[in-house]
Design a protein around this ligand. Structure first.
Ligand SMILES: *Cc1c(COP(=O)(O)O)cnc(C)c1O
Length: 393
């Protein structure tokens, strides 16, 4: 989709379809199927389904299509396919184009379920996987081969917020003809345009910032029309990973305020990172837009803002981290992120519990590490809540 308007306008208007009633808000087309005027029309639609024609909700639906067009326009991709969750999107983007015997390269710092797909499912079906430290371009260079079909990475790693050089990785991958699939959740579609940096396929968990208010699961894959309609869609529409119309409607409403929310959250995250930096109770503050971050320059070159999540390492390990988390009043303990509400997670005992101690150490996930997802509350309230809880440690 080419962007007709600037981002905030597009987020409110792009993709809109109105029925004969000219409803102002996007309609929720809660229908599984679609009726045809004649047998000839049904036949024609099964031969070729036009851009505004529908057959069955697993294949497509007007409300879902509005969401797909709005996100494709925001992302600057030719097309998009919406999925039931972020994991259906990751699974579709990875599995739809691969077969036994193919080789892929993946960054090793991945969201737990993404790691399960790459490490377990793909290898079980005969795809060979090489893991690399995503921040080290030499490792990517050494890992790709003439038969490498795809490389996969998360733009900002969870929970240590390491930044991967997407331009560098894309150059290395494209030199051997591999496509670059980026899970852009942490960077958000507002702050990082991964397609412009060289990536080919962008994946989102819409559950995070796009809904942003903790209501629905959803996901989306953005890419070329060829990839989305010829490779991804056949796989997803026949395996049942499509987004429900109701969830698409929630996501459309979420997109209206996406830019406003992300900017407010990122401004608070920056202020919080700066306020906590050097605090006596902390070993580290991890946020890519802190000047002393090893990723500062790279982050500045590919992101407009530092994102909405930061991590801190509380001195004193698990006990101290738990005392800190339990003393917070505004921040809610949960494993979600990107929400209007500020949230905290202790990765070592929750999202990354499944990893071995060695794997956690390798990824920098210490017992004192706490991930903070910054919401849209008042910045000063958030900072005083955090400082107050640190006092309790
Ligand atoms: C949450 C998340 C996912 C999975 O999304 P769901 O909507 O929960 O299925 C994938 N990747 C990243 C980076 C995430 O944060």
């Amino acid at each position: 989709m080419t962007q007709k308007w600037n981002t905030r306008t597009g987020l409110v208007h792009d993709g809109i379809r109105r029925s004969q009633y000219s409803e102002l808000s996007e309609g929720i087309f809660l229908t599984q199927g679609f009726a045809y005027d004649s047998a000839e029309q049904a036949e024609a639609r099964f031969i070729e389904c036009g851009p505004d024609e529908f057959i069955y909700a697993r294949y497509g639906n007007p409300t879902v299509r509005m969401f797909e067009e709005r996100i494709a326009s925001l992302e600057g991709s030719e097309d998009a396919f919406a999925t039931a969750s972020g994991m259906a999107a990751v699974n579709g983007a990875l599995v739809s184009g691969l077969k036994a015997g193919d080789h892929i390269v993946s960054a090793k710092a991945l969201f737990g379920s993404c790691l399960y797909i790459v490490e377990d499912i793909l290898q079980r079906y005969g795809v060979e996987v090489t893991f690399v430290d995503g921040t080290n371009l030499d490792e990517w260079r050494a890992a790709v081969r003439p038969d490498t079909k795809l490389v996969f990475l998360e733009a900002l790693s969870n929970p240590t917020l390491e930044v991967i050089d997407i331009r560098g990785v894309s150059e290395i991958a494209h030199a051997v003809g591999a496509i670059v699939v980026v899970d852009n959740v942490f960077a958000t579609p507002i702050f990082q345009r991964s397609l412009d940096l060289g990536a080919d396929v962008i994946v989102y968990s819409a559950t995070k910032h796009i809904d942003g208010q903790g209501r629905c699961l959803g996901g989306v894959v953005c890419g070329t029309r060829d990839f989305i309609r010829k490779t991804l869609e056949p796989y997803l529409k026949h395996t049942g990973g499509s987004m429900s119309p109701f969830n698409a409607w929630v996501m459309l409403k979420g997109m209206e305020t996406l830019d406003l929310r992300c900017r407010a959250q990122a401004a608070s995250a920056q202020a919080i990172a700066e306020a906590l930096q050097g605090h006596a109770k902390l070993d580290r503050v991890l946020f890519p837009f802190l000047k002393d971050s090893p990723y500062f320059e790279l982050a500045q070159s590919q992101m407009e803002k530092g994102g909405t999540v930061l991590s801190i390492d509380v001195k004193g390990g698990k006990d101290a981290a738990f005392r800190f988390v339990n003393a917070l009043e505004i921040f809610t303990i949960t494993n979600n992120l990107g929400d209007a509400k500020s949230l905290v997670t202790h990765p070592a005992t929750t999202t990354h519990q499944r990893l071995t101690e060695d794997q956690r150490a390798d990824l920098g996930i210490t017992d004192g590490l706490v991930r903070i997802s910054v919401g849209i509350e008042d910045t000063d309230d958030l900072i005083s809540d955090l400082l107050g809880a640190l006092n309790a440690v």
